[in-house]
Design a protein around this ligand. Structure first.
Ligand SMILES: Cc1cc2nc3c(=O)[nH]c(=O)nc-3n(C[C@H](O)[C@H](O)[C@H](O)COP(=O)(O)O)c2cc1C
Length: 405
C-alpha cells in the first residue's frame, strides 16, 4: 500500500530551502574525487541515480576546505600535494556538474555540499588518540582565522557552483567537532572553556559567510554524544546544540561518536566497538535502530533537526517524525545498498526495512580500496562481492586490537 500520506513523504523547510519530503541522504564520502580533484562522469552518474530514487535532499561527501600535509604519500596526484593547502588549491575541478546533473534529473531535489577539513595534524589542543603515537598540534589564532576564511570562500563557491546549501561537518572527529567537544578542546583562550567559546570558531565562519551569501542555507552536523567520559553527552548536548543554533545555522543533523571510544568495551558502549562509531553494526531489531533519536528528541530549537544513524525502518521513522521533535531523517549506508529506497518505501513495495545489513564493509572498501591503488566509488560490498565481504568483516573485527597502542 502506498505511503503517500505519511509525514515522511510530506514537504519540509530548511531555512530558505523547500524540500519535497523528509528523507535525506546523509554525507557519504566520495574518495575517488580526491585522487586528482576532478569531477568524474562516474560520480555524476552515481548522484543522478540517487536523485532519481526519490530522496528529498542529498548531502554530498565532505569536500576539503583546508589541508596540512606532510611529505609522506603514496605517489597519487593528491598525495603529492605538500604543505598548507587552502580551499582554492583543493577545489574539485568541474564541481558544478554535480548540482547541474542532480537538478536536471530531479528538479525539486535539493543538494547540499558538505565541507570539512582535509588531512591535518592540528586541532584545538595538543591531544593524542588511543590509535596514534603522534600528538596533534594546537592551532594558533592566526591559523584559526585562516581556516575560517577558507570555509567562507568555500561556502560562497558552493553557492556559485549551484548547490542549494552547505553543511559544515562538526561531528565525529572533524576539526569543528573537536572545537565543540570538551574532550578534545582544552584551550584557555577565547576558543575554549565555555560553550560560547567552544562555538566561537563556528560562529565566526557562519557570520563571515552570511555577509557574503545572505540566507543561503548553512547546516551543521554535530555529535549528540562522543561516547567518551568528559565529552559531549546526553546531559550537555542540548545546551551546546542551542548555542550552535544561535550561530545562525539553518538546521542541525544529530550524529555521534569519535573513534577514541572504540577502545571501550561493548558493554560500556552498548554497541560493538568496530569502525566506525557513528555507523553502528547489527541493526536487525527495531530497538537497535535510530540510535541517536534520544539525543535529537532532547532538543528544543527554532531550527529543524535532522536525525541520522541507524535509520532503517520506514514505519519506525514515521513514528519518530510523528512525535514531532525530529523534522528530517537521514540515511547513509542504506542508500549505498538501495539508491531508490525512498521510491520503494513510498510505493509500499517489499518490506518496511531497508536491504542494508549495516555490515560496514562499504567503509572497508572506502578506506582501504583493496585491489586498487586508486580509490573507487563506494558500493555495497555485501551485495556485489562476497569474497571482499569476508575480508572486510575480518578487518572490521580485528581493527581495534591491531591499531590500539
Ligand atoms: C561509506 C561511508 C562514508 C561516510 N562519509 C561521511 C562523510 O563524508 N561525512 C560525514 O559527515 N559522515 C560520513 N559518514 C557517516 C554517515 O553520514 C552517517 O552519519 C553514518 O553512516 C550513520 O548513518 P547510517 O546508519 O544511515 O549509515 C560516512 C559513512 C559511511 C558508511
Amino acid at each position: 500500500m502506498s505511503r503517500d500520506h505519511y509525514r515522511i513523504f510530506s514537504p519540509g523547510q530548511i531555512g530558505s530551502m523547500e524540500i519535497s519530503n523528509r528523507l535525506v541522504r546523509s554525507a557519504t564520502w566520495d574518495p575517488c574525487l580526491f585522487y586528482d580533484y576532478k569531477m568524474t562522469s562516474e560520480v555524476v552518474d552515481h548522484y543522478r541515480r540517487l536523485a532519481q530514487g526519490g530522496v528529498g535532499m542529498i548531502i554530498t561527501g565532505g569536500f576539503p576546505v583546508y589541508e596540512e600535509t606532510s611529505s609522506e604519500g603514496n605517489g597519487s596526484p593528491s598525495q603529492a600535494r605538500e604543505g598548507v593547502l587552502h580551499y582554492h588549491d583543493l577545489r574539485v575541478e568541474g564541481i558544478e556538474k554535480l548540482p547541474g546533473a542532480v537538478h536536471q534529473a530531479a528538479p525539486c531535489l535539493k543538494i547540499v555540499a558538505q565541507l570539512e577539513l582535509g588531512r591535518i595534524e592540528c586541532g584545538p589542543s595538543a591531544i593524542s588518540s588511543p590509535f596514534s603515537t603522534e600528538k596533534s598540534r594546537a592551532l594558533t589564532q592566526g591559523e584559526i582565522s585562516d581556516i575560517a576564511s577558507c570555509y567562507i570562500e568555500a561556502i560562497e563557491d558552493m553557492r556559485l557552483a549551484g548547490f542549494d546549501g552547505v553543511q559544515l561537518h562538526a561531528a565525529h572527529r572533524s576539526l569543528l567537532g573537536n572545537f565543540l567537544s570538551p574532550y578534545t578542546n582544552h584551550r584557555t583562550d577565547g576558543y575554549g572553556g565555555s560553550v560560547e567559546n567552544r562555538t566561537r570558531f563556528l560562529r565566526e565562519i557562519v557570520s563571515g559567510a552570511r555577509a557574503l551569501v545572505g540566507d543561503f542555507p548553512i547546516l551543521v552536523k554535530m555529535n549528540g554524544t562522543d561516547y567518551v567520559p568528559g565529552g559531549i553527552d546526553l546531559e550537555n548536548f542540548p545546551t551546546l546544540a542551542s548555542e550552535v543554533a544561535r550561530t545562525g545555522v539553518d538546521a542541525i543533523e544529530v550524529s555521534g561518536g569519535i573513534w577514541d571510544c572504540l577502545v571501550r568495551s561493548e558493554a560500556e558502549l552498548g554497541f560493538r566497538p568496530v569502525p566506525s562509531p557513528e555507523a553502528h553494526t547489527r541493526l536487525h531489531r527495531l530497538e537497535q535502530q535510530s540510535y541517536f533519536a534520544a539525543y535529537a528528541e532532547r532538543l528544543d530549537l527554532d531550527i529543524p533537526v535532522i536525525l541520522v544513524g541507524g535509520n532503517r525502518n520506514v514505519e519506525l521513522l514515521e513514528q519518530i517524525l510523528q512525535r514531532g521533535r525530529v523534522d528530517f531523517v537521514a540515511l547513509c549506508r542504506p542508500f549505498i545498498s538501495e539508491p531508490d529506497l525512498p521510491n520503494r518505501w513510498r510505493l509500499g513495495v517489499g518490506k518496511p526495512q531497508t536491504d542494508c545489513i549495516s555490515c560496514n564493509s562499504c567503509l572497508y572498501a572506502m578506506l582501504e580500496h583493496p585491489g586498487s591503488d586508486r580509490p573507487r566509488l563506494v558500493s555495497c560490498v555485501f551485495k556485489h562481492d562476497k569474497s571482499l565481504y569476508k575480508e572486510a568483516q575480518h578487518w572490521l573485527i580485528t581493527w581495534v586490537d591491531k591499531n590500539k597502542l
